[in-house]
Design a binder for this molecule. Structure first.
Ligand code: AMP
Ligand code: MG
Length: 323
């Protein structure tokens, strides 16, 4: 039923008709709809089986347009937008009247971003509305970083996937909110806290549980979840503990190989210990491990700096246990 291609005119006409289109961004693939059309936006929630209170990010191609979607743009937020847009930073600001509450999950704030992908920017330029889009995966599962990932999970539910290749950043955007003018990190992602603090000084970091599930914090175990059980922590200790048959263990590591585990069950996220590369390979690697005939995935804890924080955040949510 779906088609994949690079036809932005076709994508634009489907979006104008009130239907959804999957779009590439540098972070992950998005399931997008006309943010000004509540009926179109509702289709996103239905296809993803996403709870209605979970707000969507509004994507645009220009700062002038974004200014119309927000009631105010504090100076620090402006500085960040100038530095990091187009790019993997989402800014949550007080919404203006033209943004409907269906997009914001009933909140008086709206999340806005200019993504850094040439196809999606070209598409947005054809449209006279912004695109509301969450990640193009069923709610709670691993985010897609290639058109094939989207096809596997949602292919029967969508008409068109705009094919922009592999997502270059490969992990979701960092989300920063401005409430009472105080910047606060709501989600770790593709822009590091270190880079943000270099522009606007020290920022608060919100207890992340709130974000993905504002009504029921703590019920986050299935988020970003592979099908196999995932245990997150110190690989040496997990392997030595001996709870699993070594041939039934899959390994997700930064760059180490483990002699007791079959080599074909091991994925190293970055042989050069590059955290950006590791983040970019994370979701695809989890999908590959999910396809193996194993009983458990052991995932390594990454250095808690730069994009390592975003990786640890996703692995914590993907894990059934921490070891
Ligand atoms: P996704 O693209 O699927 O990762 O989902 C979008 C993310 O943006 C979710 O984590 C939302 O909770 C977050 N988000 C969107 N709008 C807001 C908002 N107004 N306030 C706080 N978080 C938001
Ligand atoms: Mg998501």
């Amino acid at each position: 039923m779906f088609r994949t291609g690079t036809d932005i005119e076709l994508a634009a006409s489907i979006l104008r008709s009130g239907d959804v289109v999957v779009i590439p961004t540098e972070t992950v693939y998005g399931l997008s709809a006309n943010a000004f059309n509540p009926e179109a936006v509702k289709k996103i929630f239905a296809i993803k089986k996403r709870p209605l209170f979970n707000p969507l990010i509004v994507h645009s191609d220009s700062l002038t347009k974004v200014e119309q979607y927000v009631a105010e743009f504090p100076l620090k937020a402006k500085k960040l937008s100038e530095k990091f847009w187009p790019g993997p930073l989402t800014i949550v600001l007080k919404k203006s009247n033209i943004i409907s509450e269906i997009v914001t999950g009933g909140n008086s704030t709206v999340a806005v971003r200019i993504p850094n992908h040439p196809l999606t920017i070209a598409l947005l330029k054809l449209l006279d509305f912004p695109l509301a889009a969450p990640s193009a995966n069923p709610f709670g599962f691993i985010s897609p970083t290639t058109p094939q990932h989207v096809e596997e999970q949602l292919g029967d539910k969508i008409k068109y996937i705009l094919d922009g290749g592999k997502c270059m950043v490969g992990i979701e955007s960092t989300i920063i909110g401005f409430f009472e003018d105080e910047p606060e990190i709501l989600r770790f992602g593709g822009i590091s806290i270190e880079d943000i603090e270099a522009i606007i000084g020290k920022v608060k970091i919100k207890n992340n549980d709130f974000l993905e599930n504002p009504i029921a914090p703590g019920q986050l175990k299935s988020h970003y979840a592979p099908k196999h059980k995932l245990i997150f922590g110190d690989l040496e200790k997990m392997i030595k503990k001996g709870d699993y048959n070594p041939v039934k263990i899959g390994i997700l590591s930064f760059n180490n190989l483990y002699s007791m585990i079959p080599q074909e069950n091991q994925i190293r996220l970055s042989k050069n210990l590059d955290l950006n590369e590791a983040a970019g390979n994370l979701f695809d690697s989890l999908r590959k491990l999910d396809k193996l005939d194993i009983e458990v995935i052991f995932a390594e804890e990454f250095p808690n700096r730069e994009l390592g924080r975003a990786i640890n955040d996703r692995l914590t949510r993907a894990s059934a246990e921490r070891y």
